[in-house]
Design a protein around this ligand. Sequence first.
Ligand SMILES: *Cc1c(COP(=O)(O)O)cnc(C)c1O
Length: 461
Amino acid sequence: MAKKYIPEPFRIKMVETIKVLTREERKQKIKEANYNLFSLRGEDVYIDLLTDSGTNAMSDVQWAGVMRGDEAYAGGRSYFRLVEAGQDIFGYEYIQPVHQGRAAEKVLFNLLVGSGKFAISNMFFDTTRAHVELAGARAIDCVVKEALDPSLRAPFKGNMDVEKLESLIKDHGKENVGLVVMTITNNSAGGQPVSVQNMREVSAVCKKYGIPLCIDAARFAENAFFVKRDEEEFKNSSIKEITKEMFSYADMFTMSAKKDAIVNMGGLIGIKDNEELYQRVKENCISFEGFITYGGLSGRDLEALAIGLYEGMDEQYLEYRNGQMEYLASILDDEGIAYQSPVGGHGLFIDAKAMFPQIPYYEFPGQALGIELYKEAGIRACDIGSYMLGNDPDTGKQLEADFEFTRLAIPRRVYTQAHFDIMAEALIAIKKRASEVSGYRITWEPKVLRHFTAKLEPIEK
Ligand SMILES: *Cc1c(COP(=O)(O)O)cnc(C)c1O
């Protein structure tokens, strides 16, 4: 039985028209886009689930904040408002705005890791991994093994494997591990949460070996929601209290504010109390992003971000948001459509390998399902599988990913129950004709991050 859809804790004040093309038009558009979903024009998409990053709807209060933004180059009021919000929520002394998450990584990571060093995470997000590697270090994933089985319904599948973490530190030598990163929620594992207990244990290991612990905090509020729901100790705590508790175990954080802070652009760095590190962050920020009191953002962006940090922690909103995912997931359960379960914080990761057993990883089942969703209903999703992973840099051979997912990332406060029904109907229709769907081959690809721009064609069987 489908779960009850939890109604929106808001009403609609402004609308944005979206158009539905005909099935024939969509077939033509995706062909013209060389079967790359990133090459479609946004206006040719009906329901856009490519990402939940920067695609959120701001509130009336945030838009009012936009008008109040202080555009002073130095010392603007909006900067101080944001710093106060960050200090209040996270309990860190130093808060530095930057233009987005990867900017935070670029500013911070080269101060902590360099060539020959290692950084270990429950799972690195792709830009986070890239910035560790651009700093000359190697990035190692260390997620619990439950994460690798999409059908296993375990809580906190985003956790770090603490035993493995300790053995990795011993193997590489503690002096060579410059950084441990906790990604909350664990994006690459399907938005799976990390428990506070796991953070405590990871923090203890880091302290034992003198290694700094950084939170990759893009979805901190969704993580706190799962902690409240599933971790007994916190069932009577507020989201804000849980947030403060989570951050108390780390030394610093980087954040893409384009997710849980419900803005279209923005990022943050937080440093708990290391003044010397903050000094160096400020220096990097001035070179890469702009003066410290705007960090590559407009005053109006700082103002909207300060407000969004609080709105993202609203419990009714988080229940409604999680309810959307649970609603869709419950329909998929009824229909026997497999996904990374339990459902994650920011979207559904459909198991395309299970949907299309006839398509091998090197013909990209996750991409094939993404294209079918577009043809079926004008829905744009994206591949999180071998197509995204790419080739081995040494041999040039296609790598096989742990998962072949098609991700339906859900923008915040944007789509309604009727849109979710369309997503469910499209997946059900595709499952009915799944055996007729074939894979894709790449006809052109760039050397790095190929999935954004590669060209593909269907393999006719
Ligand atoms: C989105 C994201 C980033 C990068 O942030 P951008 O704002 O896209 O640069 C880093 N880590 C995680 C976990 C993310 O989800």
